[in-house]
Design a protein around this ligand. Sequence first.
Ligand code: BGC
Length: 253
Amino acid sequence: MQLGIDVGGTSIKGAVVDLGTGELAGAIRSEPTPETATPGDVVSAIGRIASAVGWSGPVGVALPGVIDGSLLRHAPNLSGAFEENGALACLRSQEGANAVLINDADAAGLAELTYGCAGLGSDGLTIVLTFGTGIGSALLHNGDLIANSELGGLVGSSGRFEEIASGRAISAEALTPVEWARRAQPFFDELEAMLNPSRWVVGGGLSENFDRFASSLDLSKPISVAHLGMHAGVVGAAVAARRVGDGSGAAVQ
Ligand code: BGC
């Protein structure tokens, strides 16, 4: 068992995960992310979630930004204090809390690699894209996660794809699937030309009703919704914590 926390631009979610099966061992707890999204806000939310589920001990934390050792870089949806003061140091400021950090989309990818479809990432490259407040990405190749790919930051002729085609853009601009696909298609085309993936997996908020959106895209490779759906980030955060605990992970403790 391991507590995994997924810190998103809109909500902070957490649950105890059964690492044997990848299933949640209890209800998922969720709180809205305060607009300030300071380390204090996030630490308090993690503390409330941990005590609600009766957890003490190390926590796996998925964050939206580049994880560089114990640091977080380029995290536009969180307070700048995370970058300035060191993300791990900020999280550890809570008495007794120890954390393992992973990028949120990488967490979703790691969860899919561990508990998703058999053979994922073994037949060439799988690109996992999470459509939420931003667009996150994870690259799965030969059974490994290639971390911190940040593909949502690519720029198309109408701007950064994560600004024009994210889950947030869909709700803020009430985009229909066809309107969304018109913006997202060049993103998929660019990635296909650059990386030649063999399949796509979609997670984040969009995974809930992705069929409506996927049918408006024109893709030559299969696309599916993350097996773990909206919970993939929480599950992957828990897996990251275990990987460090057993010495097989590269994240920090
Ligand atoms: C961040 C990524 C993150 C994505 C989804 C982007 O703004 O740069 O690191 O994975 O949002 O949350």
